[in-house]
Design a protein around this ligand. Structure first.
Ligand code: 8X3
Length: 255
């Protein structure tokens, strides 16, 4: 029997990168899925791609930054759907300017998606997990939440918040069977940098040049390891870096 058969996982930001890789690994492990994203067409494409696994797949399209939309969609979903696993993956980085030259619109977008969006979705799901005394939440943090690097300012702050919220959820759910984990990756080659540099592919590609970064599948493999751990094991925080990158400042290119 597949290890996550009979479980249902909600993956936010499932249409690309780490979210998409997690969706594949979860389906492969037998979990039914609720795939979240902003773009209904991309969600349908992903749903079709996952059909080979034979699991039940629902899609839910809303912008996590939109509180009303998030609350309405999650409320409707949870009326007749049980969520066993929540992967809080939706989020983004925008810009790399010093704080005195930062773009306030970009700050708001990151804060709204990375912190507030995660909270809106979690606020909806956690009461059901608590009342069933069952559930596993995985928050996708970042090395940026552990070490602040030049130009990272607001993005780093949002990922620090994800780490703090992971600790807070664990504390607040003490005494229940609900587990909460944080995965903090270093450089992962996805559309992350293309988004950060507003579509500038050359600038994005340069981030991953001269060394082997992590891939989205590496993070999904770790996510599955955490989610498949026995019930008495709560893996609360994992830093995962490319071998070539020991921290944001120590990166060995061409070596
Ligand atoms: C992704 C890692 O170092 O680009 O969050 O911020 S980093």
């Amino acid at each position: 029997m597949k290890s996550l058969a009979g479980k249902r996982a909600f993956v936010s930001g499932a249409t690309s990168g780490i979210g998409e890789a997690c969706a594949h690994r979860l389906a492969e492990a037998g979990a039914d899925l609720v795939l979240h994203g902003r773009d209904p067409a991309k969600l349908e494409t992903l749903k079709s791609a996952l059909s080979e696994y034979g699991v039940v797949i629902d899609t839910l399209s809303f912008d996590v930054r939109d509180r009303q939309a998030a609350e309405a969609a999650m409320h409707a979903l949870l009326e007749d759907t049980v969520i066993d696993i929540l992967v809080n993956n939706a989020g983004l980085a925008l810009g790399l300017s010093p704080v005195d030259a930062g773009d306030v619109d970009q700050w708001e977008e990151m804060i709204d998606a990375n912190i507030k969006g995660l909270l809106y979705v979690s606020r909806a799901v956690i009461p059901q997990m608590r009342s069933r005394n069952c559930g596993h939440i995985l928050n996708i943090g970042s090395i940026a939440g552990k070490m602040t690097y030049p130009g990272g300012n607001v993005y780093c702050a949002t990922k620090s918040a994800v780490h703090a919220l992971t600790e807070a959820m664990n504390i607040d759910l003490a005494g229940t069977a609900v587990r909460v984990g944080n995965i903090a990756p270093g450089a992962v080659e996805t559309n992350f940098s293309t988004t950060r540099f507003s579509g500038d592919k050359a600038q994005a590609d340069a981030v991953y040049e001269g060394y082997e970064p992590l891939y989205a599948d590496d993070i999904a493999d770790l996510a599955l390891y955490i989610l498949q751990a026995p019930q008495h094991v709560n893996i609360q925080d994992v830093l995962i870096m490319p071998t070539a990158q020991r921290n944001p400042y120590v990166l060995s290119r061409n070596g």
